[in-house]
Design a protein around this ligand. Structure first.
Ligand code: CTP
Ligand code: MG
Length: 402
């Protein structure tokens, strides 16, 4: 049987305790609305097959939020079933509305408050791995560190402690909460008519006599509730990840173009066949750079069917690739270039090629290596049928930390 799990993201509340004009779920965190951060986490989970977004009932707000979601989904080229639902007056009403549109063959459902954008994606896995036909409700929770008091209000409107429950048997609970879909839906249907407020869905399961299991939640999975929590929305730290790109190119000898390598013309009788200036080394370098950007290859940038690239200097093409590079989040670290040919002898030109590359790539001499080798008379380079070059580019990519 194909198991299908859905996630419901609740973003239909009024954020009254926050007391801002903008509802808290629409505040920006790292440039994106708070609710979107939860969407991203569910989207990337292999256990989630569809997402329901619940936005405020107000026509204008619902439309704006829906359009935003569609824009983000398109921008990222995400493909997963997404449904948009108008929320109800209470949280439990919003969940009820969302449950109506969950496909009936869904096995497990995760219900999540969009006001908790910081939960760890591994929580999704932990919850779903713990669910079974026997365990129909699993929720994340944390031990309490503070002592808890029950209290009453006296006739002077003061709070009076009435009881101190043992902390050992109290936990604070979080979302996402995970349930057997049919059972939770039935619980909501059964309790719909009751005039009772359920502050989470586990409470409804308890009410119908289902056992709710508590697993460990994340200490940083705070709920944005009051203005004091706004400091949690400070930007995430940036991190850098290493990237490498590989490029390879070949050109045939016995053509009509002079041999140019890394923009340096080689003094030789050997002529090459090419559409552009046939600078095999610069072509390999461009492919390696484009690979770091995960953007295809030079053929897609500069088609050889395009007249404007005929006999064009490859250094001009390199400049176009570097312009794209400058707009990416990549920083170039190191370039390793190898020319492979039997003839001509490349050694006398190596330092000139290296200088040229350092200048164009804005790198120091310790960041660029140029070398040449033969293939000992073997293969097409050995038979003087052509020349090849390989390039390895190392870079770092800036990205937001989770
Ligand atoms: N929520 C909802 N529909 C409601 C009420 C709440 O979808 N009718 C959502 C909120 O958007 C939030 C989550 O349920 O993501 C948890 O609720 P809470 O933190 O209480 O948010 P609000 O109800 O918006 O805030 P407040 O209680 O301060 O008004
Ligand atoms: Mg509320």
């Amino acid at each position: 049987m194909n198991i299908k799990n859905y996630a419901i993201i609740l973003a239909a509340g009024s954020g009254s305790r926050m007391g801002l004009e903008t509802k808290k779920q629409f505040l920006l965190y790292n440039g994106k609305e708070i609710w979107w951060h939860s969407f991203e986490k569910f989207y990337h989970s292999p256990f989630i097959h569809g997402i329901i977004l619940v936005f405020p009932n107000n026509e204008q707000e619902f439309q704006n939020a829906t359009e935003k979601a569609q824009e983000y989904i398109q921008e990222n080229n995400y493909s997963i079933p997404v449904h948009f639902v108008k929320g109800g007056e209470l949280r439990q009403d919003s969940v009820y509305e969302a449950l109506q549109v969950v496909p009936k063959d869904t096995q497990y459902i995760l219900i999540h408050d969009s006001a908790r954008p910081f939960f760890s994606p591994t929580l999704i896995t932990n919850l779903l791995e713990n669910l079974s036909e026997k365990k129909k409700a699993i929720i994340p929770s944390l031990a309490l560190t503070d002592t808890i008091k029950e209290f009453a209000i006296n006739n002077k409107l003061e709070r009076i402690a009435t009881n101190t429950p043992s902390r050992n048997f109290l936990r604070s609970v979080q979302t996402p909460q995970a349930f057997h879909f049919n059972t939770l839906f039935q619980a909501h249907k059964n309790l719909k008519a009751e005039n009772k407020t359920f502050t989470d869905d586990a409470m409804l399961m308890e009410e119908i006599g289902e056992i709710v299991y508590l697993i460990d939640g994340n200490p940083h999975n705070h709920k944005i509730t009051t203005k004091q929590d706004l400091s949690l929305l400070k930007p995430m730290q940036e991190t850098y990840i290493p990237i490498s790109g590989y490029g390879y190119d070949v050109h045939k000898y016995q053509g009509d173009r002079p041999l140019i390598l890394g923009g340096v013309e080689i003094n030789t009788d050997i002529k090459i066949t090419a559409h552009s200036d046939g600078d095999v080394l610069t072509h390999a370098l461009m492919d390696a750079l484009i690979s770091c950007m995960a953007d295809g290859d030079i053929g897609h940038y500069f088609p050889d069917t395009d007249k404007q690239y005929e006999n064009i200097s490859s250094l001009i093409l390199l400049d176009k690739v570097l312009t794209k590079w400058k707009n990416s989040s990549l920083t170039l670290c190191h370039v390793d270039l190898t020319i492979i040919c039997q003839k001509p002898k490349i050694a006398p030109y190596v330092s000139q090629i290296k200088k040229n590359m350092c200048r164009l790539l804005q790198l120091s001499e310790s960041q660029v290596n140029v070398k040449a080798t033969t293939e000992e008379g073997l293969g097409f380079t050995g038979q003087l049928q052509g020349i090849k070059a390989v390039a390895l580019v190392s870079a770092i990519k800036k990205q937001k930390a989770e």
